[in-house]
Design a protein around this ligand. Structure first.
Ligand code: PLP
Length: 395
């Protein structure tokens, strides 16, 4: 008998479990309203449900083609043409994946070698660091500076070097709500070309912007189509986070690499939901207008709720989160505050520190998701009202 401890790889010790998913578990345990994890608690569009049911009843229940259902890829190409202005060949430039989460992991594993550096903006969506590490590469962080989460040109320039292989941009941004400006994207494009770096853009919130801001895809900037991988999916725009359908748009040579990795990671994405994805891509343009309207109303209502509760906020420019400042509540850390919130107030939020490398930088912040029904927001309003008392005690 060998009683020595098993020798296991060290890579997974370099990151922790997802705090966002942990907060959902806590929300369930304490019967709290879950404003932590980023998913809508309302219905997806009816045509998508019907198409998914029809696909199952029509026996589309076996493996889809590895690269993605032909009709779905065609529909994605058509939608990206009218919305983003990108001309895409569905046979050479699109890979359908298990959510944009797998799209990012497959892309990084396809393009990175050990020792390569990948630039990430901080605060970051918490998957990116582990994704880069699991691909054997090294994350290099560039700060977005509060309160407006602005970039410092000199800091960004200084992050690029001979080891830089890729940069990940998420706009509209989770958790800050930042929508990158044309100037910021222009600077990133210039640096990518100067240093021969690949841009990977997570555009999952592309249809959720506020105050007249418009989503701009980095791939459409001069010289960028050949060096940009666009990552997207059905989860947020069509309110189907459980379907796990994402897609990657990339130049043909990069697509070939991504498809290989995707094949060995997943074989294919779920067949009936890809069939239903055609219905999603073919929704009339008015759908996106109404979605924008819906989220504008939700943002307005939720900002009122937070203001009434004494939480300081900066209105997000896009996406469906508020990255709120809880510095006035007298808690030492965001984690203490979040624990109080979930156990005593009955609302789950995500501690800000999970979006930063150094926990102390996130101690003033928590992230709330407002992609919720009117009824959920009203229930949250009632509970969050208790916070005013806490504020009085602290000040
Ligand atoms: N990218 C960002 C920025 C997100 O906020 C999320 C989910 O919250 C994802 C990706 C995950 O998307 P998917 O459901 O397509 O895997």
């Amino acid at each position: 008998m060998n009683s020595a401890p098993l020798r296991l790889g060290a890579r997974t010790h370099r990151f922790t479990e997802s705090v966002i998913r942990e907060m959902t578990r806590l929300a369930n345990r304490y019967d709290a309203i879950n404003l932590a994890q980023g998913f809508p608690d309302f219905s997806c569009p009816e045509p998508l449900k019907l198409a998914a049911c029809e696909a199952i009843m029509a026996n589309h229940n076996q493996y889809a083609p590895t690269w993605g259902d032909v009709g779905f890829r065609q529909a994605i190409a058509e939608k990206c043409q009218w919305y983003l202005g990108l001309s895409i060949d569905p046979d050479r430039n699109i890979t359908v994946t298990c959510g944009s989460t797998e799209a990012m992991a497959a892309t990084l594993q396809a393009v990175l070698d050990p020792g390569d550096e990948v630039i990430l903006f901080e605060p970051f969506y918490e998957n990116y660091g582990p994704d880069v590490i699991l691909a054997g590469a090294v994350p290099r962080y560039v700060r977005m500076h509060p309160p407006h989460w602005s970039l410092d040109e000199a800091e960004l320039r200084a992050a690029f070097n001979d080891k830089t292989r890729a940069i990940i941009i998420n706009s509209p941004n989770n958790p800050t709500g930042k929508v990158y400006t044309a100037e910021e994207l222009g600077l990133i494009a210039e640096l990518c070309q100067q240093w021969n770096v690949l841009a990977i853009t997570d555009e999952i919130y592309e249809h959720i912007t506020y105050d007249g801001r418009e989503h701009l895809s980095l791939a459409t900037l001069p010289g960028m189509a050949a060096r940009t991988v666009v990552i997207n999916g059905l989860s947020k725009t069509y309110s189907v986070t459980g379907w796990r359908i994402g897609y990657v748009i990339a130049p043909a040579d990069i697509t070939a690499l991504i498809r290989k990795v995707h094949d060995y990671l997943a074989i294919a994405a779920p067949t009936p939901f890809q069939k239903a994805g055609v219905a999603a891509m073919q929704l009339p343009r008015s759908y996106y207008f109404e979605l924008g309207q819906l989220y504008r109303e939700k943002r307005k209502r939720f900002l009122e709720i937070l203001e009434a509760s004494g939480v300081r906020t900066l209105p997000p420019q896009g996406a469906y989160y508020v990255f709120a400042d809880i510095g006035d509540f007298g808690y030492h850390t965001d984690v203490e505050f979040s624990n109080y919130l979930v156990k005593e107030v009955g609302v789950a939020a995500v501690p800000g520190s999970s979006f930063f490398r150094r926990a102390e930088e996130g101690h003033r912040f928590v992230r709330f998701c407002f992609s919720k029904t009117e009824a959920t927001l009203e229930a949250a309003a009632e509970r969050l009202g208790k916070l005013r008392q806490t504020l009085r005690l602290a000040t």
